[in-house]
Design a protein around this ligand. Sequence first.
Ligand SMILES: [Zn+2]
Length: 365
Amino acid sequence: MRRVLYKMDTDLELIYRCPSCGRNVVTINSSYGCIVWGTRTFSDGTRIAQNRSEYPKIVKCKVCKTIYWLDDKNKIGERYCWSPSDEFYAKLFDRPDFAEFVETDECQKAHELMMEEEIKYQKARWVSEDRARLLSTTNDYQEAIDSMVYRNDEEHKFLRIWLWRAFNDNVRESKGAVLSENDQKIYNSNCRKLIELLDKNDIQENFMIAELYRNIENYDECRKILKTIESKDEVWVERVKILEAECSKQNPKVVEMKLLNYVYVVRCADGTLYTGWTNDLDQRIKTHNEGKGAKYTRSRLPVTLVYQEPYDYKKRLALKREIEIKKLTKAQKEKLIDLSTPTKMALANLQLLKRIHNDRDEETV
Ligand SMILES: [Zn+2]
């Protein structure tokens, strides 16, 4: 029987109060370990990870619609969440070694009971609290900018970056969406203002400037800025190449920055493990399962992805790591998989959060 580590992380919840009406919102300070499963990166710097959402810095009050910053001025307290976990298990099984369990039906049952308890607990709380959400529309960001919610250049910059990305979401999510004439005007003007606010001496922001010029179809200026980005870091070399290629295509739209390098481990049908490198993980797993991958996996299909480490554009590092992992014993590999994939508990928590969020959405509609 496989032993599974069920130790649960406790997150710190931060509580803020709306300065206009006094309604509370809650956000989480940390997130579950290092879940980078399936992260996608875009040319505007947006990163989308499946198991992880970005925590808001600015929110719109659900009750009075005031937009305000989640900062020390509005913070009224903090507390740990998911606290019933360890005690709950300990009590249920009357075991002091509650951090580690053997995977059994009774453990599964405990999960379900915990979820029920948590849902009851959370629902009771949410009568008086809202969960802090990112501003969701371009209108919200525009409203924040127009009403000068920002107090300094950094906050101004932050809002304009998020307005830019919110517009880009239209392209990112429902591919090929065309902005209305008016929105295009706002988009372009925001890009120009953002260019003024960004710092050319910061490589990250300078790259953003280049991308903004591309977005407003000023390809010459984009190329000019790209030429000033000098770095021995292969990450930047690759990023510059991607934008240059888009300039040549005269494409002004946000693009996904593929070319991530991954080291991955798959479990074969016979339980053995195979380690490889790829820059397109989904495609690579598909290739394996179509019997066109490595010789080793061909006779052991299907394979399942059990481990991955992303290396951004650092191919050399990824290849080095692939060799390292290949040299590990089976037991060492199993340990790596156990420690680094989201634990079952984290996934259970995630499902719980989703259920709670759904329940809450239904209540507030
Ligand atoms: Zn309010």
